[in-house]
Design a protein around this ligand. Structure first.
Ligand code: FAD
Ligand code: FMN
Length: 766
């Protein structure tokens, strides 16, 4: 094949090498606008896995690269005058300039033609003469931007400003240095990549950048200012830039997250940063570029594969990898963009939060890297929980809300069982809640228990409006209290416009075939075209519903519940007031957020007044309508959480969505936890995170990083009532309460899991 590679960055050069290695008959030419040796940036970081991939592809260049690697293990986090050091991180790095020299040399040796100082214009007709034109022309690709529709380009310009500098100061550890200045916080990411050189990236918010006047400074002035700001880390060494050639830039940039729906059009194929970028704070851009190059060369040279099939395979294979990395990179980018949230953390927790920011590194990963450091974090966590001197998984630490002590941080999230008759819980509920209480979770939520017959979602919902209900719930609560250490929280709600529907498994949100009851809501917005049109609540309706909630709270006291939660999420009655997507009122209960919160807050305050002062109350909210600016946004959720906290909410149960039938949720592991993080750390509220949290490691990472105070699991508890005891066995945590009847089972499980873990570790060592 006759191939042109536009750009002699890592992607273009390594693709040229990889093609020649597979078939020397390929004619490969590389065109680069800069002279050899002129490049932006300083060092790049790799993982061991990338080195293995390079070695498998071309042992010769991989060896030269590996021989020149700088290695380091420690991460130093400087914050508030302290330095927190953790170890075992195992980084390797190399200078970008040196990497490119090695690749150029290897490419020449294999017969690739390299043309420097050759600016390429996508409109030039000469590209038609090539079988393939590889657009390896970086994040600002002209070849991609000449045809953005064909590639389905999606560019997200991120908020922070950064400048990629270098220094002769040799950092022994990967160093994050955060400095508070009169203009705001500014920080550096610094690491050594050669015996005498380190990368030094300076980053800050746009506001801080403008306040410093960096927008008006020359490159030299910027460097002088950064040297002054970070002088104490530089030990007299200078900072340098090598981005002088970047057109019209004093080198400050905004990171641009790029992704493309399609990676080829005609004979042009995107490779590396031209197709996708990954934020520099997770250091994987070069890795992605090199691995793209290997994969593309591989499929293009595979016998019997048409060009079309080869490209399909290239995109399918690489896109998956890119999406995973971009997901982690987004978390990492956002962490730095929302730094203000974490600045009140103590330095140890701040460092933990920084290390786990991308969600790629979890609590147990950190244990593997640096056991001693992690145990320091755990000891700190337990001390904050009122148990000094103990070091164990955060999920087992107690929490106090008012006078209620919760034994550990795992809760059984509220889950409608659709199994009651006339609102009365029965033997199913007795066994269901009893089993989960025996399973070790610190706190159990009841399903949404409705305050009136019309407030039910379905005929199978539990209720609390008569003496039969009180007796049935009391039986359950008494069992929980006398047979476990779990506390039990009553979730009270009213279904609003989503009421009068079938049992969950007969059709979610589908009206009954017969026997429907009229529904009401904040406004007259139907949940969906098949649901009833609700009647907007009158003030008399509001009084009645508020009093029903209060009556249910009073019955909850009779039942002996430890805590009460108001369900103001998921599009049900109270949520229909809060979300503008359901609330089309024009009176003082509609319009502004303050107005929309008026009735839900009134209900909450009335419940709070009826509920004993020493017992806690929580509220469940939908922190994001997943409807962009049309609905509740996470920013507004902070205001909502704060408003309920002012009325006496001790915990915000941070759920999301289910408030609008056309919502566009973004699912994933722990997908709602960022909202809990936001409410907890911007609003300084106690929160509970929920949503696709299913491993003990998830829970421990969330808690230690201060993203929530409690962790709720719903579906995992449906299938495994013993989830918490099982986690205790897996983590060899012995201090959890195990019902005496089950002690032998717990001991056996712990033994077996320990044996399995030892066997797995031994297999890894072989
Ligand atoms: C601050 C910062 C820190 C980073 N840190 C790391 C890190 O630690 N680890 C890591 O793996 N990655 C890191 N990266 C990302 C990394 O630099 C890129 O992901 C990587 O360089 C992508 O390689 P590429 O070959 O696709 O593009 P590039 O390296 O950008 O190469 C593109 C080449 O094409 C040339 N070119 C562009 N247009 C034309 C044209 N029209 N004609 C001729 N030539 C052209 C350019 O001059 C350039 O040489 C970082 C990036 C930044 C901004
Ligand atoms: C069967 C089922 C019933 C649910 N019922 C309720 C409920 O009554 N009240 C409530 O607030 N959330 C309810 N939810 C939502 C869960 O509490 C939880 O927020 C959601 O399932 C996400 O957590 P998970 O990923 O751990 O399942 C229910 C979820 C399930 C799976």
């Amino acid at each position: 094949m006759k191939i042109a590679c536009v750009g002699a960055g890592p992607a273009g050069l390594y693709f040229a090498i990889s093609m020649k290695l597979r078939d020397p008959a390929h004619e490969v030419e590389v065109f680069e606008r800069n002279a050899p040796g002129v490049t932006f940036g300083w060092g790049v970081v790799f993982s061991d896995q990338t080195v293995e991939n390079l070695t498998a592809n071309d042992p010769k260049s991989a060896k030269i690269i590996a021989d020149e690697f700088a290695h380091w293990d420690d991460i130093d986090v400087h914050i508030h005058g302290q330095c927190i050091t953790s170890s075992g991180h195992g980084f390797i790095g190399i200078g970008r300039k040196r990497l490119l020299e090695i690749l150029q040399e290897r490419a020449r040796e294999l017969g690739v033609t390299l043309n420097f100082e050759a600016e390429c214009d996508p409109a030039d007709p000469k590209w038609k003469d090539y079988d393939l034109v590889i657009a390896s022309d970086g994040a600002n690709s002209r070849f991609r931007d000449a045809n953005p529709l064909a590639f389905g380009v999606d560019i997200d310009v991120r908020k922070n400003k950064f400048v990629w500098l270098g220094t002769s100061k040799v950092f022994d550890a990967f160093t994050f240095a955060f400095e508070e200045t009169e203009h705001g916080w500014i920080w550096a990411h610094a690491y050594r990549f050669a015996p005498d050189c380190s990368t030094f990236i300076v980053e800050c918010s746009e506001e801080t950048w403008a306040s410093f006047g960096f927008d008006r400074m020359t490159q030299d002035e910027t460097i002088a200012e950064c040297e002054r700001l970070f002088g104490k880390y530089l030990d007299g060494h200078k900072l340098q830039s090598n981005a002088a050639h970047l057109v019209g830039s004093a080198a400050w940039l905004n990171f641009r997250r790029i992704k493309c729906e399609r990676w080829s059009s005609g004979n042009v194929i995107l490779l590396g940063d031209a197709a996708h970028t990954a934020h520099f704070s997770i250091g994987s851009g070069t890795k992605l570029a090199l691995e793209d190059a290997i994969e593309l060369a591989e499929v293009l040279n595979r016998d019997g594969l048409s060009l079309e099939a080869a490209l399909d395979e290239y995109v399918a294979e690489r896109n998956l990898e890119v999406l995973k990395l971009q997901n982690s990179a987004r978390n990492s980018t956002e962490w730095f963009e929302t730094l203000h949230r974490y600045l009140h953390f103590e330095p140890l927790q701040f460092a933990y939060s920084l290390l786990t920011r991308s969600q790629r590194i979890s609590h147990e990963n950190l244990r593997l890297r640096d056991r001693e450091w992690l145990e320091t974090v755990e000891r700190w966590f337990w001390e904050k929980a009122g148990v000094p001197g103990k070091s164990a998984a955060p999920m087992f630490a107690p929490l106090k809300l008012r006078d209620m002590r919760i034994e550990n941080r795992i809760t059984v999230s509220p889950m409608a069982m659709y199994s009651a008759v006339d609102g009365t819980p029965n033997d199913f509920h007795f066994v269901h809640y009893g089993e989960r209480a025996l399973g070790g979770a610190g706190l159990l939520f009841t399903e949404m228990t409705c305050v009136s017959p019309e407030g039910r979602i379905s005929p199978g919902c539990t209720g609390l409006w008569n003496a039969d209900h009180v007796a049935a719930w009391k039986r359950i609560v008494d069992f929980v209290h006398s047979n476990s250490k779990a506390r039990i929280c009553l979730q009270l709600g009213h279904s609003g416009a989503k009421g009068s529907t079938k049992l969950g498994w007969d059709g979610n949100d589908v009206p009954l075939d017969e026997g429907n009851w009229p529904v009401m809501s904040a406004g007259d917005v139907q949940w969906s075209p098949v649901n009833q049109k609700p009647a907007p609540m009158t003030r008399a309706d509001m009084d009645a519903v508020r009093d029903q909630f209060v009556a249910a709270v009073e019955m909850g006291i009779e039942c002996g519940f430890d805590m009460v939660e108001l369900h103001a999420a998921h599009g049900y009655l109270l949520s229909s007031f809060i979300t503008p997507l359901q609330n089309n009122r024009t009176d003082k209960y509609g319009g502004s957020l303050e107005n929309r919160l008026r009735f839900p807050l009134e209900v909450f305050a009335a419940m709070r007044a009826a509920w004993p002062k020493d017992r806690p109350m929580s509220v469940r909210i939908s922190a994001n309508d997943w409807a962009g600016d049309q609905g509740i946004t996470p920013d507004e959720a902070v205001l909502i959480g704060e408003a309920f906290a002012r009325e006496g909410a001790d915990l915000i149960d941070v759920s999301a969505g289910q408030t609008w039938a056309d919502a566009q949720p973004v699912y994933g592991r722990m997908f709602q936890t960022p909202f809990s993080d936001k409410l907890r750390n911007e609003g300084r509220l106690a929160t509970m995170a929920v949503g696709n949290i299913y491993e003990p490691d998830h829970a421990n990472s969330i808690l230690a990083a201060g993203r929530a105070d409690l962790v709720a699991l719903a579906r995992p508890h449906l299938i495994d009532p013993m989830w918490t005891l099982r986690a205790a066995a897996a983590l060899d945590y012995r201090d959890i309460y195990v019902p005496p009847q089950y002690l032998n089972g717990q001991a056996q499980l712990a033994r077996n899991l320990k044996r399995e873990a030892e066997a797995a570790a031994a297999a890894l060592r072989v």
